[in-house]
Structures are given as C-alpha cells and as structure tokens.
Design a protein around this ligand. Sequence first.
Ligand code: AMP
Length: 585
Amino acid sequence: MLKKMEILDVDKVIEEFEAMTKDAENVQRETLKKILEENGCSEYLQNLGLNGRTDPESFKACVPLVTHKDLEPYIQRIADGASSSILTGKPITTISLSSGTTQGKPKFVPFNDELMETTLQIYRTSYAFRNREFPIENGKALQFIYSSKQSETKGGLIAGTATTNVFRNSQFKNAMIAMQSQCCSPDEVIFGPDFHQSLYCHLLCGLIFREEIQLVSSTFAHGIVHAFRTFEQVWEELCADIREGVLTSRISFPSYRSAMAKLLKPNPELADLIHKKCSELSNWYGLIPELFPNVKYMYGIMTGSMEPYLKKLRHYARDLPLISADYGSSEGWIGANINPTLPPESATYAVLPNIGYFEFIPLKENAEEHVEVKVNDSFLSMEPKPVGLTEVKVGEEYEIIITSFAGLYRYRLGDVVKVTGFHNSSPELKFVCRRNLILTINIDKNTEKDLQLAVEQAAKLNAEEKLEVLDFSSHVDLSTDPGHYVIFWEINGEVGDEVLKECCNCLDRSFVDAGYVSSRKVNAIGPLELRVVRRGTFQKILDHYLGLGAALSQFKTPRCVGPTNNKVLQILCENVTKSYFSTAF
Ligand code: AMP
C-alpha cells in the first residue's frame, strides 16, 4: 500500500500540464503577479518604481532587460551576507554556481526552495510523458551524477553547482523513488570527494545491479559518454573487484570503501559473464544493452552542445532509444521534453507557463543591427522589443528572457531558441545555440552551431578511415596578420597527414557564413588552422574545470576558448602534436 502511494500519478501530472498549457497567457499573467507579490518588497524591485503593480505592461515599462553582469553586484552582496531583501522577498540562503564554461569561470546565481520546486515539476512532467511511451518497472537507474564541492561564501551561504543543490535536497531522492528512477549507487558515491573515484564506483554499482537497471542517465549526455569511455579503460579491474568481492586499492577514500563493502560480495559468475560479454564486443558497439539487459532507454540532455556526443552514445546504446532530458539552466527551468519518441536531433521543449515569466527577443528583426534612432544628433541603439510567451511565431528564432521566483527579473539567458510549434497555447522550443558569436574576426559571424556543423562535415572524412573526433574546441588567433580560426581536435588513433590536410580544408570550406567566405577570399581572414592535440587533452580541461569547483554533472566542453580563458588555451596549446593550414581558398 505504502509503495503504491509513493509512485507518481502520471495521469494527474499530464492533466495538470494540459490544463495549464491551454491557458498559457493567463497562467503567465498570474505567475508574474505571484513573483512580484512575493518579491515586490526587495530592494531591486523597490528601486524600479513598480509601486505594487504586477501586470506585464507595468513590469515591462519599469524593469530593464539585464544580463548577469548587471546583477553581479546584487548577487555578490547576497553572497557576502547582506541580510536585507536584495533580490527576493525571502532572503536567499543558497547560491548556485553555473558551469561557466563559456566565460571560463563559474557565475553565482541565487537558488531557493521555489527553484527546487520548479525543478521537480519539470522532472515530473517529462517523466509522465516519457513513461507513457517507455514504461519502466520498479527498478533502478544507473545515474552518473556527482556533487561538486559545496563551499561557504564570505557571508556564510552554501555555494555549489545547481545540480549539487538539487541532488542534496531531501526532496530529490523521494522524487526519484516516485519516478521509479532511484540511483543504484549509494549517497557516498554521488557525494564522494573525488569524481574519478565516484565514477568508478557508479560503474561498479551498475554492474552489481545490472539486471535491475531500467535506464542509464546523466544530466548532460557527455556524462554518459565519458563514463563508458572510462569503462573501456577499467573494465578488467571492475571484473576483478566483482570476482574477489574486494574494491580495488585505487579507490582510496574511506567513505567509498565502506559504502561499497556493503554491496560487494565475491561473485565469480557475474565477473565471468561481464568479461565474456566485453571480450565478444566489436569496438564496444552495443556495450550498454549487453551490460544491462533490462535497460529501456538512455536519458540526459542531448541537444545543443551535446549533439557531438550522440554518435558515440548511439554506438554504445545500439538500438536503445536516446531521450533528451529537459531544458533549463542554473538560473531557472524553461521547458520539458514531452515528445520522448523524437530523436534528440529533433527534440523540443514545451514551456511550462507557471515556472517563470518568459519573454522572447525576436532575432530576425534585431539580429544584425539594433534599430537605430536619432536623439539630439546622436544615434542610439534601441533596446530590442521582446514578445510574450504566447505571442511567439512558429519558425522564428528568439533570445530567451526569464523572470524567475529566485530573484532574476527580465534576465537575458543568452540562449537562442526556435519555435517549432505549440502544445495547446504554450510554445515548443528547439534549442539553437548560445547567442554570443564564438568565432568572429571582422564581418564573419559563426556560432557554436556553425562550428559543430563544420566539424561534423570534416569528421566524415575521418570516419572513412574509421577514426573518430573525440572532442573539439576552437580559438580566434589574432597574433597572426590577418587573424585566423584555429580548430583543436582530439582524435582516436593515428591519422595520416593527407587525411588531416583534407579535413583542415573541409573545415575551412564548411563555414558557409557569407562574411567568412568573402573575408577568406580576399585574405582578410587567414587560412584556417587545424591543430591535433594529444589523447587526454580534453580530460585535462575537464579536470581544470573540476578544480575550479565545477561538477562533472554540468560540464560542457568549451567550444571556443577566448583570450580571457588563458589556462584552457594553455592546456590546448601545450598538447598540440600536429598542425595544418588550409589551402582551400
Ligand atoms: P549551466 O550554466 O550549467 O546552468 O547550463 C545552462 C545552459 O546549458 C543553458 O543556458 C543552455 O545553454 C544549456 N542547456 C541546458 N539545457 C539544455 C538543453 N536541453 N539543450 C541544449 N542546451 C541546454
């Protein structure tokens, strides 16, 4: 009876979601009202002259669009322990560290109970839709989740990555049990002090509970690929541990050792079975369904900067469905994946109209130049005009702006999304890319998506040689005249110079942006350079970010390394083994 009560009522969740999305405009109005009523007394809102008004029109008239930089001084005061209500009515007690892969350093953002509640609502919603298509029984999940170090800010607030704040919240575990997706690893593994050791123990737990595993997941798809690449290195050691019932001495922290001792028993049959299965695989194809015979699907964020990992993920997963997890950020959640049967390349996210107040800056109108108006003989750039959640148009691209229950008002998240349709009256969004251009020298404009497409194109030449681009990044090198694009590749195995030269030319040709092509033709941008880096270079980059307090759970490989990100650039440059210049133009 108790068990039954714990399980989530998915029909009810879907019913509530349907009702809410049918009335998205009103729900948005009500949500804004609630946010402003709860937080209107904060110093930030008080100074903007809303005077108790909570309607969207007054809100937009009084509150400016902001970026993280604008709010930094306020958030810093909160972190330093100012006791007054600065951004929210109720004081903030926890700070999230966003992954900061774009800027090179983690950003502070406020975290509170309301944000936790919206996180759970998103999880429940996508689970309800997912479970209709891919029901899971009462089993376990192999979740590659990790906690970052939690620290205290100067003012005594707890600071950790958003995922850490979520995983550490007592409601998280209950929610996972209700969704029949409880992590197979004990807390000591999730919250252990060393992520290499945590990962090893996660793999071991997965093998011990192999028959019960219903899904394999991580926050971002990179986490799953990274885990099974590690498995390729340590599988024999894992088998030995299972055979003897003793954890390898490499796992040194007592917390892991005592937690794993409770699970490990000598099991030579299981060790033999896993050994046999691994030995029989060809290049690890289909590893996941072989190891976990009852797994139903793979789950994690698979869109945006995670797309380059899909190929490898499919290789490990064979015919298992890959389902992209939801869309959000440390700043707040946006939408849930309610079409789990779509492949990740087409995944969209339906916005939940009660988890925040959303606005959208149309990019077509504003993408190139902002509208300029003449005031007192000088030209001023007009602020782009955002539209409301239900006013967006199918097929158009927008920059998303969020107003959250955690003290962010009209906050430019920096993401570009495309509206692909509506679910009732709430839009479904496809993630396009981060708005900031990553590669630009003069009139050329290339985003992370453009880089990804170019790398995919060039990697096809590699694929013919059965070689794989394990990871990649880029950099604008202005030390040469003219400046040029540098693409860093870590590849699997040895590739001949001829192939890599061709890959380099292909990369150069694959940036089809008119500004780039014309600049290349007149040599206003120099020949693209492909630099091959040593195996393990991207692992060093990951370690560098973890050292800064990032968590593996939230890690996104920096796809472009700017001049302020010295350390990562240094890691890349120190590990270059070969370099090629394009002769494509
Ligand atoms: P973080 O800074 O670690 O909180 O990461 C948040 C960022 O990750 C978002 O602003 C997006 O750029 C990206 N992101 C989160 N969810 C998704 C998703 N489902 N698809 C693509 N990118 C995502």
